[in-house]
Design a protein around this ligand. Structure first.
Ligand code: G6P
Length: 624
C-alpha cells in the first residue's frame, strides 16, 4: 500500500517525482525513494521516514541536478518487512540493471523467493516486492527474454495485487508500467509521460489521462506508448480522457494541522455537498438518475465501506430504514468481499469511500457488479476507482482531505445519505410531501441557501467558536489510558467514530458502544480513572441514557457529556459537558461529531502526536 510516481520526458525528473510523492504521501509515509537512469546506470536514493527526509537527501547530492528525464519514485506503507531504508523502494534485481516500484502485495512471494534462492540469487530486503524485481531479472538475465517479455513472464507468475513501474539500464528510453488490483494512471503530454497511483501527481502537468485496467501494461518506448495485455503480447485500444478538475496546492492556512483546518472547513463542505441537490419540495440526485427506477424498486440495500466511511454507513442504514423502509445491511468491505451475501439485480450496493481507492471497498464493488447489483458510489474523489467502477453515484464535495483521520468527508457522507434516504422515501411514498418539505426546510437554526436547513452553518460556526473550552477539557483528559464512548440510535455510530478519532491520532485506547449495551462487558473496565463520553440528545432516548450515565457514575467513572440540553440533571451528573447548539436530531449528529473531532484533535496535540500523519496509518489503504 503505497504511492507511485514516474516520469519520462525531457525535463529533470527529480522535482517532478518529489512533488508527486508529496501528493501521494496520504497512501503511506514510512519510507520513500527514487531511482533514475543516468549514463546507463540505475541511481537510487532511499530514506526511512517521510518524503521530506528523501528530499533533504536528494538536495544534498550534487548529482541530483543532472538526474535526467527518466525516473520512478515511491512512498511506502510497510506490508512485508520493517519500515526502514533497506526495505524502502525502489528495489533492484541482482544485476542492478532493473529497478522497480510496487504498490500491492505479492502473495506467493515465498515459493518464488525459494526458487530464486535455489538459483543463487541473493536478497537484500525483507520485502515481497524484491521477489518480483528479482524474478524479472531472472527472466531477463543472459538474454533469456527481452525486457518487455521478462516483465510479462514475471507478472504471469505472481498472485496478489500490484501496480508497478519498471526501468532497465539497458533500455534508457523505455519504461514499463502494469497493474492488477492496485490503481495506476498514465498522463500524456506531447513527448512526456507521467505515471501515478492516482491523478494527483499528474494533474499539474497534463489533463490527458489514461486509466490502466487490471492486467494491462503500458509500454513506453521513445516518444510513443502502447497499452498491452499482461496475459499475452497483444495491443489493446485505449481511451484517453480529459479530466478537468484541479487539485489545489495544499496549504494549512492559519492552522497548525490539516486536520484542524478540515474540521473548520465543515462549515462549507456540508453546504457544498448539498448544493443543488434539493429544492424546497424534492431531492435531486442527478448522479443516480440513470438507475433510479432500479434503485427505487430494490428489495435490499447493502452498504459497504471501511473505517470512518463504515460509520457513515451505519447512519445511512438508520436513515434509509427509518424513512424509506427498505432493509439495509452494513458490512465492512473486507468482510463483504468474502461473505455469502445474497445479491441480484434487485439489490443496491452502496460503497462509501473518501479516497475512492480503498482496496477492500473496490473488491466489494467488483463482487457486487459481478452479481448484477446496482452499485452506487459515495465518494470524495472524482475520477477515483470507486467513482469509475460503480454504476452511478454521488460525490461528496469536500475538496482534498489530507489529515489521515477523516473529518469533513464523514459529515458530507452523512449529508448525502440523508438526502438519499429522503429521496427513496419520497419515491416509495413512505413519507408525505408535507414531511419531506419539513425535512428540506427545517428551520432548526437558520435558513440555508440550499433549503436543507438542518445543516445550518450558523450552528456549526457557533460550536467551532467553543473550541477553546473543548481544548481546556482535552488538557484534563490527555493522560487517560482508556475511554468509553457511548450513544444510542443515530448516535451510536457517532460514539464509534468519536472513539476511532481518538485512537487514530492520540494512540489512546477507546471503545464505542451502544449506551445500554455497555452493561454487557465494558462496564467492568470502569473505575475512577476512566472517562466515559456520553452523547445525549434531548430526544426519546434521553431518559434511558440518563440511567446509563447513573450506572457509570455509581461506579465512579468520569462522565463527559455532549448534549444540546441545558437540563440541570446533566450538569449535576457531568464532570465535564460540551453544550452544542439546539437544532434537531439530524443536525445534532453532525454537531456531536464535530465536538468529538475537536476533542480528539486537542488531546493529540497536547500529547505531541503527529496529528496529520499518525503512526502506522495511511490515508488510503490500497492493500487488502
Ligand atoms: C483509512 C483511513 C481512514 C478511512 C479509511 C477508509 O483507514 O485512515 O480515515 O476512514 O481508510 O477510507 P476511504 O477512503 O475508503 O473512506
Amino acid at each position: 500500500m503505497c504511492g507511485i510516481v514516474a516520469y519520462k520526458g525531457k525535463k529533470v525528473c527529480f522535482p517532478i517525482l518529489l512533488n508527486g510523492l508529496k501528493k501521494l504521501e496520504y497512501r503511506g509515509y514510512d519510507s520513500a525513494g527514487v531511482a533514475c537512469l543516468m549514463n546507463n546506470k540505475i541511481h537510487i536514493t532511499k530514506r526511512a521516514g517521510k518524503v521530506k527526509e528523501l528530499e533533504n537527501a536528494i538536495n544534498n547530492k550534487q548529482s541530483s541536478k543532472n538526474c535526467g528525464g527518466l525516473g520512478i519514485a515511491h512512498t511506502r506503507w510497510a506490508t512485508h518487512g520493517e519500515p526502514n531504508q533497506k526495505n524502502a523502494h525502489p528495489h533492484v534485481d541482482a544485476s542492478k540493471k532493473i529497478t522497480l516500484v510496487h504498490n500491492g502485495i505479492i502473495e506467493n512471494y515465498d515459493p518464488i523467493k525459494k526458487f530464486l534462492k535455489s538459483k543463487k540469487i541473493k536478497f537484500k530486503s525483507d520485502t515481497d516486492t524484491e521477489v518480483l524485481v528479482q524474478l524479472i531479472g531472472y527472466f531477463y538475465k543472459d538474454g533469456k527474454l527481452d525486457f518487455e517479455k521478462s516483465v510479462r513472464a514475471a507478472l504471469q507468475r505472481v498472485d496478489g495485487a500490484y501496480a508497478i513501474v519498471v526501468l532497465n539500464a539497458d533500455f534508457p528510453d523505455m519504461m514499463i508500467a502494469a497493474r492488477k488490483g492496485s490503481p495506476l494512471v498514465l498522463g500524456l503530454k506531447d513527448n512526456e509521460f507521467f505515471i501515478g497511483s492516482d491523478v494527483s501527481p499528474i494533474i499539474k502537468h497534463t489533463q490527458q489521462i489514461t486509466y490502466l485496467n487490471d492486467s494491462e501494461m503500458a509500454v513506453i518506448n521513445g516518444d510513443g506508448y502502447e497499452i498491452k495485455s499482461v496475459d499475452k503480447d497483444v495491443s489493446l485500444p485505449k481511451k484517453v480522457e480529459k479530466i478537468d478538475y484541479k487539485i489545489d496546492d495544499f496549504d494549512k492556512g492559519k492552522f497548525q494541522y490539516f486536520m484542524h483546518k478540515e474540521i473548520h472547513e465543515q462549515v462549507d463542505t456540508i453546504l457544498n455537498t448539498l448544493k443543488g441537490r434539493s429544492t424546497k419540495s424534492s431531492v435531486l440526485l442527478h448522479g443516480l438518475s440513470e438507475y433510479w427506477e432500479e434503485i427505487n424498486v430494490a428489495e435490499k440495500i447493502y452498504i459497504t465501506a471501511c473505517g470512518t466511511s463504515w460509520h457513515a454507513g451505519l447512519i445511512g442504514k438508520n436513515l434509509i430504514e427509518r424513512f424509506a423502509e427498505v432493509p439495509v445491511h452494513v458490512e465492512y468491505a473486507s468482510e463483504f468481499r468474502y461473505n455469502h451475501s445474497i445479491m441480484d439485480n434487485k439489490t443496491v450496493v452502496i460503497a462509501i469511500s473518501q479516497s475512492g481507492e480503498t482496496a477492500d471497498t473496490l473488491a466489494a464493488i467488483a463482487k457486487a457488479n459481478d452479481f448484477g447489483a446496482i452499485t452506487i458510489g459515495i465518494c470524495n474523489v472524482p475520477g477515483s476507482s470507486v467513482s469509475r467502477e460503480t454504476k452511478c453515484g454521488i460525490h461528496t464535495r469536500c475538496g482534498h482531505e489530507i489529515g489521515v483521520a477523516s473529518t469533513k468527508a464523514f459529515t458530507a457522507q452523512i449529508s448525502v445519505l440523508y438526502l438519499l434516504a429522503l429521496k427513496l422515501a419520497d419515491s416509495k411514498k413512505k413519507i408525505t410531501s408535507h414531511v419531506l418539505k419539513k425535512h428540506l426546510n427545517m428551520s432548526g437554526y437558520e435558513k440555508s441557501a440550499v433549503g436543507l436547513n438542518p445543516y445550518g452553518t450558523k450552528a456549526i460556526k457557533s460550536l467551532l467558536r467553543k473550541e477553546k473550552s473543548i481544548n481546556k477539557m482535552a488538557q484534563k483528559y490527555k493522560n487517560a489510558s482508556d475511554f468509553l464512548y457511548l450513544g444510542r440510535g443515530l448516535n451510536f455510530p457517532i460514539a464509534l467514530e468519536g472513539a476511532l478519532k481518538l485512537k487514530e491520532i492520540s494512540y489512546i485506547h477507546a471503545e464505542g458502544y451502544p449506551a445500554a449495551e455497555m452493561k454487557h462487558g465494558p462496564i467492568a473496565l470502569v473505575d475512577k480513572n476512566m472517562p466515559n463520553v456520553f452523547i445525549v440528545p434531548k430526544d426519546k432516548t434521553y431518559d434511558k441514557i440518563i440511567s446509563n450515565i447513573e450506572e457509570i457514575k455509581s461506579r465512579k467513572g468520569k462522565i463527559i457529556i455532549i448534549t444540546d440540553s441545558k437540563d440541570k440533571i446533566l450538569r449535576d451528573l457531568a464532570d465535564d459537558l460540551i453544550l452544542i447548539p439546539k437544532t434537531n436530531q439530524y443536525l445534532f449528529v453532525i454537531l456531536a461529531t464535530i465536538a468529538l473531532q475537536l476533542f480528539s484533535y486537542f488531546i493529540a496535540v497536547a500529547k505531541g502526536c503527529d496529528v496529520d500523519q499518525p503512526r502506522n496509518l495511511a490515508k488510503s489503504v490500497t492493500v487488502e
